[in-house]
Every structure is written in C-alpha cells, then in structure tokens.
Design a protein around this ligand. Structure first.
Ligand code: ATP
Ligand code: MG
Length: 256
C-alpha cells in the first residue's frame, strides 16, 4: 500500500548545525504517529521540511506516493497536507468565521471572487459553520480570534486545518501554552479526528502520546533514535536514558 506520507533520507542544516539527519518516516492512511524528542531535537524543523516551509539539503518527501519535494507550501496544502503550528498563526483581528471562510475559499480556489456571489458565499459560510459545530466553536463564530482564550484559539487552528480537508495532518504541540483546565478540549478533538486522516503529532506530554499514538518515532539531535509502538518505547531503556530520564518514569510531563 502507498504510504499517505513518506520522508526519505531527509537532511537539513543551518550553517554548521545539522538539524535533520537522514530521517526516514512513513505514515499509512489513518496513522496515529507521535514524534517525540528533547527540546531542539529538530521536530518542528522536520514538520517545516514536510510542509515545504523549509527546503531540505537532500532527501525527499512523498505524499500518497507523489514526490512533492520540489513544490511549494500552497500546492502541498492543496494536495491534502495540513498543519498546525507550535505558536498559532491565525488572523487575530478577524472573526473565527472569517478565518474559516478564508481557508475554505482558498482551498476551493475562489478566494478573490468569493464575495461576489451570494450563492458561493452561502455555501462557504455553511461549511465553515459545520466545521465550527463539530469542534463546538459555533458560539465563538463572530468573535475576533484575539478575544478568545488561548485554548479556543488553538481549537480554531485545528478547525482551519480540517477545513483544508487534509489526508495528512501535522500537529505541532497542539496543547502547548494551554492551561490544563482547557487542554482536555483539544486532546478530545485530536482523539476524535477522522480515522481516514493520517496524523503526525508532536507532543511532550507522555500520557497524551501513549494514549493517542499507535507508533512513535524518537528524534534525538536531528536523527531518528528509535521507532516503535507505545509499549516498545515505554520499555526502551535507551529512550529513558537519553530522553525521558529514569526519574521521569515515562509518565511525567515535559513542556517545551
Ligand atoms: N531557522 C533556523 N536557523 C538556525 N537554526 C535553527 C533554525 N530553526 C531551528 N534551528 C535550530 O535547529 C534545532 C532544532 O530546532 P527545532 O525547533 O526543530 O526543535 P524542536 O525539536 O521542535 O524543539 P522544541 O521541542 O523546543 O519545540 C535547534 O537547535 C534550533 O535552534
Ligand atoms: Mg518544536
């Protein structure tokens, strides 16, 4: 079966600093894959290479078997690759609904004439409201993003990623910076994602990782240190030593 996402022998350095070293990774359709590793291991850089925000020095990225290494971010998004950011990148001065409508308009390629036809506008707004409904964000539709608590902003970010109708979704610490009183809302949404979507999540909270992921890749100093099921990673003494620390007992929470 063709992998939904495949990363082959990827390398990237910044000057003398090698931050991605011969990384190989494959996600099948519907994968639930966690990428873990210490701060500065190169996790976000890897996502940036996958989305095209960064160009690799060598290696390739394949989406549903198609080599997308040479194409830009927008084209990758159109082919079904969506991401959320470690620090969110919403239009904070627009309403939640406007943010969603812009994404849908862009996806369908009628961004420029979206507001010319009442029919097109209705269809887009209805779809935007559906996405907001499924994430229980309808009550916030007409609020400016900047007025929302941070946890809800992060949910809007996920709504926007889902509005792109992705086949592969990359989540960079979706609950980072969110108080624990709200983070369960985000983790519930992540747990309930469409089983057809292949998901790669970066997450420091090991409880979340072990509950969500079926496969885990451990990245250390830019290279894949090991891969395995949650059980295998949990039992791996080397992972404990280099990343989690014996004293953490693998149950602890690290914040990036
Ligand atoms: N644009 C850049 N220029 C130079 N160095 C960079 C750049 N982006 C990242 N780095 C370096 O690359 C390394 C990997 O950074 P990256 O942000 O990918 O780590 P990370 O695993 O996501 O860490 P964290 O868990 O803290 O989010 C770090 O040493 C970082 O300083
Ligand atoms: Mg990061």
């Amino acid at each position: 079966m063709t992998a939904a996402l495949e990363v082959k022998d990827l390398n990237r350095s910044f000057g003398a600093l090698s931050v991605t070293r011969d990384v190989n990774l494959a996600l099948e359709r519907g994968a639930r894959h966690a990428l873990i590793g210490p701060n500065g291991a190169g996790k976000t850089t890897l996502i940036n290479l996958i989305t095209g925000a960064l160009k690799p020095n060598s290696g390739s990225v394949l989406l549903n078997g198609e080599d997308i290494t040479a194409i830009g971010q927008a084209d990758r998004a159109r082919r079904g690759l969506a991401r959320t950011f470690q620090i969110n990148q919403l239009f904070r001065g627009l309403t939640v609904l406007e943010n969603l409508c812009m994404t849908i308009g862009e996806r369908d390629g009628h961004c420029n004439n979206l507001w010319r036809s009442a029919g097109a506008r209705r269809v887009v707004i209805d779809e935007a409201l559906d996405h907001l409904q499924s994430l229980r964000l309808v009550d916030d539709a007409l609020k400016l993003v900047r007025e929302l608590p941070y946890g809800r902003q992060r949910l809007v970010e996920i709504a926007i990623a889902l509005a792109q109708r992705p086949r592969v979704l990359l989540l960079d610490e979706p609950a980072a910076g969110v108080p624990s009183s709200e983070s369960h809302l985000i983790l519930d949404v992540v747990a309930a994602l469409d089983p057809e979507i292949a998901v790669l999540i970066i997450e420091h909270d090991m409880d979340v990782v072990f509950r969500f992921a079926k496969e885990i890749t451990v990245l250390v100093q830019g290279a894949v240190f090991t891969k395995g099921t949650p059980k295998e990673i949990q039992a791996n003494a080397d992972v404990r030593a280099v990343y989690l620390g014996e004293e953490s007992g693998l149950g602890g929470t690290r914040h990036g």
